[in-house]
Design a protein around this ligand. Structure first.
Ligand SMILES: [Fe+2]
Ligand SMILES: [Fe+2]
Length: 275
C-alpha cells in the first residue's frame, strides 16, 4: 500500500509534468494559431454544422465539469491544479468551435443563444463518485474524444478546410494530453492498490458513456447525422485496448474484476464505490 502522502506527492509531480509540457510544447491560442482569414463559407454544409455544434455543446458543460472537478479534487492539490489548467484548455475547445460556427456563418448569434439555452437546461454530474473511478473514466473519455477529433482533423484535411484542420489538430492534441494525464493517475492508483483499481476500471468500462449522452437532446442522432461519432470498434481497439496495454492491465485481470463487481450485491457495490 502506498501512503496518502506519497500519493499526493505523485499526483503533484504528475500535474507539474503535465503543466510543463502544456506550457513548453502544446500551448496554442485561439486568436493567433487558427488561420481565421482562410475561412471559406463555400465549404459549409448542414452536416458539418450539426457535427461542430454537437462537439461545441459537449464542450460547453464546462461550468459543471469545472465545479464538480474542483470539489472532487479539493484535498489533492496537484490534481486540483491540473483541474484548473484542464478547465482552461476545455474552455478553448468550446470557444473555438463556437467561433468557427459564427465566423463561417453556419450559425447566427441567435442560434448560438438557443444552443446555450439547450446546453444549460441540463446539468452534467460526475458519473462516478471517487477520484480513482473518475481517473479511469477520464482515461477512457479523453481517449475517445481524442479519437473522434483526430478523425475530424483528417476529414478536414481531405476536404481542404484549413481552419477546421487547425482547430482539430489543436483540440485533439489537448485531448491526447488529457488522456495521458488520467492514465498516469490510474498508474499511481494501480501501484497503490492494484486489485481495487482494476475493479474500478472494470466498473467504469461497464458503465461508460460520453458526457453528452443522455444530456444533449438527440445526442446519438446528432452524431449519426453529423458524422461526428466513433465506431464501437474504434472505441474498443483504439481506446479501451490501447489504454489497458499502456496501463499494463491484462484482459484476464479485467475479466476477473468484472466478475468480482457482478458478484457484489448492488447496494454493497455502491458502498464500495463510495469509499
Ligand atoms: Fe475538450
Ligand atoms: Fe479533454
Amino acid at each position: 500500500m502506498i501512503s496518502d502522502r506519497l500519493k499526493r506527492t505523485q499526483y503533484y509531480r504528475a500535474a507539474m509534468d503535465f503543466l510543463e509540457t502544456a506550457e513548453r510544447k502544446r500551448d496554442w491560442k485561439i486568436f493567433d494559431d487558427i488561420p481565421w482569414d482562410k475561412i471559406d463559407p463555400s465549404k459549409n454544409s448542414d452536416q458539418k454544422s450539426i457535427r461542430i455544434e454537437t462537439f461545441c455543446a459537449e464542450e460547453m458543460y464546462l461550468p459543471d465539469y469545472a465545479s464538480h472537478g474542483a470539489r472532487m479534487t479539493r484535498e489533492l492539490y496537484g490534481a486540483s491544479c491540473f483541474q484548473a489548467r484542464w478547465s482552461f484548455e476545455e474552455s478553448r475547445h468550446g470557444l473555438v468551435f463556437r467561433e468557427y460556427l459564427l465566423r463561417s456563418g453556419m450559425r447566427s448569434e441567435d442560434e448560438i443563444e438557443s444552443l446555450e439555452a439547450m446546453v444549460f437546461a441540463g446539468e452534467w454530474v460526475p458519473p462516478f463518485p471517487t477520484v480513482r473511478q473518475m481517473s479511469c473514466y477520464g482515461a477512457l473519455q479523453e481517449g475517445a474524444t481524442y479519437t473522434a477529433y483526430k478523425a475530424q482533423k483528417e476529414r478536414a484535411e481531405l476536404e481542404g478546410d484549413l481552419v477546421l484542420k487547425a482547430i482539430f489538430a489543436n483540440v485533439a492534441s489537448d485531448e491526447a494530453a488529457h488522456a495521458g494525464f488520467y492514465r498516469k493517475l490510474v498508474e499511481i492508483e494501480l501501484a497503490a492498490d492494484h486489485g481495487a483499481t482494476v475493479r474500478d476500471f472494470a466498473h467504469v468500462l461497464a458503465n461508460f458513456k460520453m458526457p453528452g449522452d443522455g444530456l444533449i437532446p438527440h445526442y446519438h442522432e446528432r452524431l449519426r447525422v453529423g458524422g461526428g461519432g466513433i465506431t464501437a470498434r474504434q472505441f474498443m481497439e483504439g481506446v479501451v485496448l490501447s489504454t489497458l496495454r499502456s496501463l499494463g492491465i491484462t484482459r484476464a485481470e479485467l475479466k476477473s474484476g468484472q466478475a468480482h463487481n457482478q458478484a457484489l450485491p448492488t447496494t454493497l457495490s455502491a458502498e464500495a464505490a463510495a469509499k
